[in-house]
Design a protein around this ligand. Sequence first.
Ligand SMILES: O=C(O)CCCC[C@@H]1SC[C@@H]2NC(=O)N[C@@H]21
Ligand code: NA
Length: 612
Amino acid sequence: MDPSDQKHFLAVDYVVFALLLAASVGIGLYYALSGGRQRTTQEFLMADRSMRCLPVSLSLIASFQSAVAIIGVPAEIYTHGTQYWFIGCAYILGLLIPAHVFIPLLYRLKLSSAYQYLELRFSKVVRICGTLTFIFQMVIYMGVCVYTPAFALNAATGFQLWGTVLVTGLVCTLYTTLGGLKAVIWTDVFQTLVMFAGQIAVIIVGVERTGGMSEVWRKVKEGNRLSGLDLNPDPTERHTFWTLGVGGVFLMLSLYGVNQAQVQRYLSARTEKEAVRSCYMVFPSLQLALGLSCIMGLVMFARYCGEDFSEKLGSSSRDAMVIYFVMDMLQGLPGLPGLFVACLFSAALSTISSAFNSLATVTMEDLIKPHFPSMSEERATLLSKALAASYGLLCLAMAYLTHLLGDSVLLVALKIFGVVGGPILGLFCLGMFFPWANSIGAVAGLGAGLVGAFWVGIGSIVTRSSGAKRLPPRCHVNTTAVFQTAIGNATSRPTGLHRFYSLSYMWYAGFSCLIVILVGLTVSFLTGPMKEGEATPGTVYPLLGKLLFFLPEHMKKKVCCVTPLRPAIPSPQGPGSDKESNGAARGQHTPSQQQILLPDADSRVIEHETAV
Ligand SMILES: O=C(O)CCCC[C@@H]1SC[C@@H]2NC(=O)N[C@@H]21
Ligand code: NA
């Protein structure tokens, strides 16, 4: 972009941005020097399972609301209209199912890593496969999250790119390594508030500078950016109510149901009720976050009337235009550009820190501890910190890889969740809802799901058939332009493999999840399915039993396996409760060799040794 057009920061803007980084490091330091001073993995990785629902819910939002959404969603609305807003419909089931299916089941197993479930339900091999797939997903996603704010700022303001990436990565590594999950959750709370503040400030100033609400509304209507309910059932249509509202549910479940970063937050809650409540509390905040970024896109459209930015901002104009718009709006309001940059980096830091911490947790719990059961607490904690730091450095490398991907960052992030998160969701669903599934079926299913997802994902990139229909840019749209666009799309209907490659990326999660379940069940039946109730009790969700709730008990017993979920864990007696007595109440032995006491069908108690 030519320097004359570049917007510049005042000293006060840098001060606001520096304050954000300092506050985050301060919170990290506070938790490094208070409480148990992060001396045990229970504290460092699980926040002593002492968290209340408010911080957990804000941290749940922060984990998967990064600069990608802050920049990507307004650009999406600006270019394609408000169809994307229908993803909000996916938040209903996308949070109800985790609250009533995944959380109760996983919380009562008292795990540290979500993938311990896979060993309890299937085998160690399945657990390792799940863990490695998760690590792969989060490392790439982290790279996108570190790169996005730095790149967008560089394109719009000349802010030096790699210096920012380095500072972001190092600050984040520092407070995550110092303060553990407690610091990550509380910095997430602070950063989520900054994120909302920054977006609200831009919207208020933007509306005011574009001539007020009515003017914005008029221009948006004339530019036909308000998309109606598009009920087109064609799965290759990029954004319709079905791809967003239904396909989006699978995307949400892969994140809020089985992703370690979110599961770890549920498990860090004081009680199961707090965990469920935190999941419910995510809904309004997530809708607010979605609404703010969509409205920002509409205000941006009203301001520039869909002008094409490519000549101004170069090739990847979509992602940089939001920063350009923000700098254009906030020019001359000292401190506000700094607030928005702080908002951008808050969104990035809160996601990256959650990713570091969850990666360190699963690496520790799933890949290291099982091989070194006698490792001392302090060594394990030290190793966890070293892991958090090394993942920090790895993500800087991944940031560079993102540089090469070239697609809109929102698309890249959503594709990662679909292509990699979808199969993991399928693996958990196979284990939870299908008692007959066995380990061989699980591994085969996961493999098939990943192959299928990568095939369609890479195929769509190679053949560039993401089917993105750009709306005509002008404010006052003349009908011929719309007509020509319609004609253009009708004639270029893809066929055969090309039709497969043009499957909407919003269906990737659902599509790959289905493959895992179908292949997993088929292979399980071919290799000797597991019997009813043979699986470790408490690891199968009595789906049929819940769906046939209207049948009397004796009928249900005949129809389906009724291994009940484990009884809810009694909530601790008051804040000062002594863990030992509590543990004894639950029949637990020493915390290191935690027994998972699972009631089985005839109420015999099976002691299930796990080195937690
Ligand atoms: O913001 C990101 O880092 C990723 C893009 C959004 C991810 C999904 S979309 C549905 C859900 N709502 C969110 O705010 N994040 C997740
Ligand atoms: Na975030």
